[in-house]
Design a protein around this ligand. Structure first.
Ligand SMILES: C[S@@+](CC[C@H](N)C(=O)[O-])C[C@H]1O[C@@H](n2cnc3c(N)ncnc32)[C@H](O)[C@@H]1O
Length: 247
């Protein structure tokens, strides 16, 4: 399977149709999303959200810093970032285009230091240069145009602002055998049984396989206007954090 320029669902369709299908899929699996996320990642999701928040400790510690968490889903990455903020900080914004995922985020984290916004990461409803940090956890992979998504993030970041993309990755070499067995066979089975939507949990490994590998993603980041870009791989390189600075 080839690295792609953007997410694709079962059939190759137009970007608008893909986005519509992705949105419908997350609305459908929202009630079981948290349970399945914890199960399939064997609890590592929580660890990785906290690790991402720690990576941006200095900017989070600035109470005036404006922070945006894209594709926030049910809100755990947003909440992990909010937890690191001093008292009376500017609220963090969590944005997602799935109303059902966002409804769960609002219910789980009603604190007034988070603003939940329904919107599309490809067309952010914010002016240019309005954020100091933009993050996305396991959501960027679902965008229909990765280069366009990065350009949109660069647009809303101030010069010197930071990007942090926590994303799944397809391991290479010997670890790929175990990884492929787990994500292509076992995860869709567990996901299908619990959510009743096997195709959504088949989309998971397919979308990871199609997602650019770190060298290509780093090159896309550079082209979109980020410098000092780097990738920190986690657990057999099955996930990792992309970081960069808007020049
Ligand atoms: C796998 S979930 C990740 C949720 C959360 N960040 C986490 O770590 O659990 C991916 C999320 O990305 C959202 N998403 C995908 N494409 C999007 C887009 N174009 N604009 C906004 N949200 C999007 C989906 O609705 C979904 O909630």
């Amino acid at each position: 399977m080839q690295e792609s320029t953007g997410a694709r669902t079962a059939n190759e369709t137009s970007p608008d149709e893909v986005a519509h299908n992705v949105q419908a899929m997350f609305n459908h699996i929202a009630p079981k999303y948290d349970l399945l996320n914890h199960l399939i990642s064997m609890g590592l999701d929580r660890h990785w959200w906290r690790k991402t928040a720690r990576a941006f400790h200095p900017v989070l510690q600035n109470p005036r810093a404006q922070i945006l968490d894209l594709c926030c889903g049910t809100g755990d990455q947003t909440a992990a970032l909010a937890k690191k903020r001093p008292a009376n900080s500017e609220p963090i914004t969590g944005l997602d285009f799935s109303s059902e995922m966002l409804a769960r985020a609002r219910a789980k984290f009603p604190a007034n230091n988070i603003l939940w916004v329904e919107g599309d990461a490809m067309h952010l409803p914010f002016p240019d240069a309005s954020f100091d940090l933009v993050t996305a956890a396991f959501g960027f992979r679902n965008l229909t145009d990765y280069a366009g998504g990065l350009r949109e993030i660069a647009r809303v970041l101030r010069p010197g602002g930071q990007i942090g993309i926590l994303e799944a990755n397809q391991p290479e070499g010997a670890s790929a055998v175990i990884y492929n067995l787990y994500f292509s066979r076992i995860a869709p089975l567990i996901g299908g049984l619990i959510s009743g939507d096997r195709s959504a949990y088949k989309y998971l490994p397919d979308s990871v396989r199609r997602f650019p590998r770190p060298p290509r993603m780093l090159s896309l980041m550079q082209q979109a206007g980020f410098e000092d870009s780097c990738w920190d791989g986690y657990l057999l390189h099955s996930a990792g954090l992309y970081r960069g600075v808007r020049w």
